[in-house]
Structure formats: structure tokens, C-alpha cells
Design a protein around this ligand. Structure first.
Ligand code: PMT
Length: 222
């Protein structure tokens, strides 16, 4: 993309996993490393944007010139994003937010007892859909992590969550997606001409991030 393609734009990017506590020492989470979201932050900075990361717990360094708010749970991620939404032109939801959290967070460590035990879970708020539906109306971009029917499921999320664009990745292949160096994606968007798409073959997360940022810049211009 052209440097300066996002000059003056305020970009908020969620990245990494969330952790949903069960008790003081245990949680439910997933394998997101933050690499994809942090690569997007670097690409947006290179395009001239000011970038605010809202990051779950990861083990990689915050890109230079990005601001980062660290969060743990989906609810905390939502709270921080709601603080930032009024000052946000472009929102990119790359975090692997837990869809459910334990209904009860035990104050004490849960003791071993019978052979089987069940956990009761409850739905988490949807950070991306909430931001996209906010009156401030940032240009909202989601990711879709799918293991089957990539296009169909991603288009469903684009519509349901009220997004401008979605980046669909197949997470059934461990060489791409969660915690790998590379990724491949199908970008789907809506514009004045209807729907558009771009198929990006396997490449590094940095290269994919550059392509996503360039496509966002293009859609913002028209
Ligand atoms: O972090 P890496 O190891 O580099 O891996 C990158 C990635 C695979 C995590 C990333 O490319 C990716 O696909 N991120 C989205 C993961 C995900 O949660 O997808 P989803 O299809 O379940 O969710 C759809 C969208 O809604 C996502 O933009 C997600 O951030 C958002 N969401 C989901 C649930 C929820 N409660 N709140 C949300 O905001």
C-alpha cells in the first residue's frame, strides 16, 4: 500500500485470546498468539494511522508506536473498546474472544471430587458486534475463524455483526491460523457496488496484514 494511505486515521485493533476464569488458578482460553493482530497494528502504523491495540494475554512485544491496553476477559475487552469507540475511525476485531465463560467463577480453587464433572457456561458479549452497532459507526472489520464452509459462515458474520469487511481464515490447518507464522484468507466486503472479495493465498501474517490494510484504505477512499 501507499505510505500515508491511512494518515490521520485512528485504528483500534483487538488481538490475542481472552481468558475466562474458572477459579483463582484456572481458565478457559484458546491458542491465539496475537501475531495476526500485532502484524495488523504494524501495517496500520506503516500506513500512517495511529494505532490502539486492545490485547489479551500474549507473549510477543507491542509494536513500536502502538498504544496497548492489556485485558484478560471478553468483558474487559468490551469495556475498553467501549471507552475507545468514540475516538475510533476504523475498528479491526482480530482477537479470538471466548464465546462463553464459566457461569460461576469460584472464589476458592475447585476441589477434585467425583469422576465426572460438568461446567456450566454462559454467553459472553460480542465485542465486535457491539462496536459495529455503536452510534459512532467506525468502519468495522471482523475476522472469521472457520473449520468448514468458510465463505458461507463468514458472509453470515459480515451480515449479522453489521460489518464493512471480514477476513475469513481456515483454522483447521495448523500451518495457518492460530499461533502459526503464516496465514491465508478470503477477504469479503460490502461497498456501494455490492459485494467484493479477494482471495489471499498462504503468506506471512505480515504480508496478509499489509493486504488487509491496503484493502481497508481502498474501501475508505470511495
Ligand atoms: O493470534 P494468532 O495466533 O496470530 O491467530 C490469528 C487468529 C486465527 C486468531 C485470527 O486470524 C482470527 O481468526 N481471529 C478471530 C478469531 C475468532 O474469534 O473468530 P470468530 O469467527 O469466533 O469470531 C468472529 C469475529 O467476532 C472475530 O472478529 C472476533 O474477534 C469477534 N468476536 C467473537 C466473539 C465475541 N464474543 N466477541 C467478538 O468480538
Amino acid at each position: 500500500f501507499e505510505s500515508g494511505a491511512l494518515a490521520g486515521q485512528r485504528v483500534v485493533i483487538t488481538a490475542g485470546p481472552t481468558r475466562e476464569p474458572l477459579d483463582p488458578v484456572r481458565y478457559i482460553s484458546n491458542h491465539s498468539s496475537g501475531k495476526m493482530g500485532y502484524a495488523l497494528a504494524r501495517a496500520a502504523i506503516d500506513a500512517g494511522a495511529s494505532v490502539q491495540l486492545v490485547s489479551g494475554p500474549v507473549a510477543i512485544p507491542v509494536p513500536e508506536r502502538a498504544d496497548c491496553r492489556s485485558v484478560t476477559t471478553a468483558q474487559e475487552m468490551l469495556d475498553v473498546c467501549m471507552e475507545l469507540v468514540e475516538h475510533c475511525d476504523i475498528f479491526i476485531g482480530c482477537a479470538a474472544v471466548a464465546d462463553y465463560r464459566p457461569l460461576i467463577e469460584s472464589e476458592q480453587k475447585i476441589k477434585k471430587s467425583s469422576e465426572e464433572m460438568s461446567l456450566k457456561l454462559t454467553r459472553n458479549p460480542d465485542v465486535l458486534a457491539t462496536v459495529a452497532g455503536h452510534a459512532a459507526k467506525p468502519f468495522s472489520v471482523g475476522f472469521a475463524a472457520e473449520t468448514e464452509n468458510l465463505r458461507e459462515h463468514a458472509l453470515g458474520k459480515l451480515e449479522r455483526k453489521g460489518l464493512s469487511m471480514i477476513v475469513a481464515n481456515d483454522v483447521s490447518d495448523s500451518s495457518i491460523g492460530f499461533n502459526s507464522e503464516n496465514n491465508a484468507a478470503l477477504l469479503l466486503w460490502r461497498d456501494a457496488n455490492g459485494n467484493g472479495e479477494l482471495d489471499v493465498e498462504q503468506c506471512s501474517k505480515d504480508v496478509l496484514a499489509g493486504i488487509v490494510i491496503a484493502q481497508i484504505a481502498k474501501l475508505r477512499q470511495v
